[in-house]
Write a new protein. Structure first.
Length: 339
């Protein structure tokens, strides 16, 4: 038995891709870092490639391996972290392309793999990754596939930082005659000025905020292992933190914080059965969660965590985080089903 069933709706993902493609006239690449946001790189890149995606983005060179294995030679695989010490052989073997973000990386890349293509990342104000000096940009950009930067506040359309970064990007790249890329999902939604030649959506493909037009891609159903009736005054779980105020029916389900259902949700998480909400009672354990199913007429075989009754964004909100983190925390104990 597995910890649960993570069902990925392929048509919804493709619809999201098509909607994102229609929002700009640029080429739409796809960000598939962190195991395609937890959905499973192999199946996701196959699907995206079948529907015309030619450029894939990952965070580290190791993540490029499964994509190259799955898709063969044709797609371009770009690595955000650039060309790190010790990775040269992998870049050559995998024909992956680093997005270089410093002079040191450029020198490393050119001295060790001169013929291999690359791209460039410049920093336009986020102060996270990328070359900052105008003086170096021209030198770096010679021969690059494209030049990119990343927006810090794109999910807040009225934030003045967006325009500031856009202007800086224009100023740093206007004299270069190479393709440009600035926007992830949120940037695409800011409009034409932000699109340039290539966009880099991730979360929008997988059905998350801020792409409100997206369709839900993921659902998560957790098997019920045991149900029992407990009496008033009995406690449940570690620390005996929950004491029943009345007779209740409890379902113990087969997932826990090791599967991304974080422990701090113990008092907040809600599971659903056919649209009926069922509250977690007691602490979430590593592999098990206890849920009050007193309201249900029949004992369910599964309880739903992500689905029509509860989106990844709603879970993100009660968890004080973003959909990206909910998806990438799901872990690898679930069976992933693509249909
Ligand atoms: C993760 C990432 C993206 C994708 O961001 P989403 O918000 O998921 O669309 C794009 N560009 C860079 C540099 C990233 O790190």
């Amino acid at each position: 038995m597995c910890s649960g069933y993570l069902t990925i709706n392929k048509q919804a993902l493709i619809n999201n891709l098509k909607k994102l493609q229609r929002l700009s006239t640029s080429e739409t690449g796809s960000v598939v870092k962190a195991n395609a946001y937890g959905l499973g790189s192999k199946e996701i890149v196959k699907l995206l490639a079948t529907h015309g995606v030619r450029k894939f983005f990952v965070a580290t060179i190791n993540e490029a391996e499964i994509i190259r294995e799955t898709l063969g030679k044709s797609p371009e695989i770009y690595v955000f972290s650039g060309h790190l010490e010790g990775d040269t052989k992998k870049f050559i073997d995998l024909e992956a392309r680093p997005i270089l973000n410093s002079i040191a990386q450029l020198n490393r890349h050119h001295s060790q793999s001169r013929e291999l293509p690359f791209a460039i990342q410049i920093d336009t104000g986020m102060n996270r990754l990328g070359v900052t000096s105008n003086d170096w940009v021209k030198e770096l950009a010679t021969g690059a596939d494209f030049i990119m930067s990343h927006l810090a506040c794109a999910d807040e359309p009225s934030n003045l930082e967006n325009k500031k970064q856009l202007n800086k990007f224009l100023q740093m790249t206007s004299e270069l005659n190479i393709p440009r890329s600035l926007s992830a999902t949120a940037g695409i939604l800011l409009g034409n000025d932000y699109h340039f030649d290539l966009t880099r959506p991730g979360i929008g493909l997988y059905g998350g905020f801020p792409f409100s037009d997206s369709e839900h891609v993921v659902s998560l159903d957790i098997p019920v292992i045991q149900t029992k009736v407990i009496n008033k005054g009995e406690s449940i779980g570690y620390g005996a933190s929950f004491i029943a105020q009345k007779k209740m029916t409890i379902a113990t389900i087969s997932a826990g914080y090791a599967d991304g259902i974080i422990r701090s949700l113990s008092k907040k998480a809600i599971f659903y059965h056919e649209g009926i909400p069922c509250r977690v009672v007691g602490r979430i354990s590593m592999d098990l969660i206890t849920v009050d199913i007193s309201k249900l007429e029949n004992e369910p075989n599964y309880l739903n965590f992500i689905g029509p009754s509860q989106s990844i964004d709603q879970i993100a909100e009660i968890s004080n985080t973003i959909g990206h983190e909910i998806l990438t925390s799901l872990g690898n104990r679930y069976s992933r089903i693509y249909k």
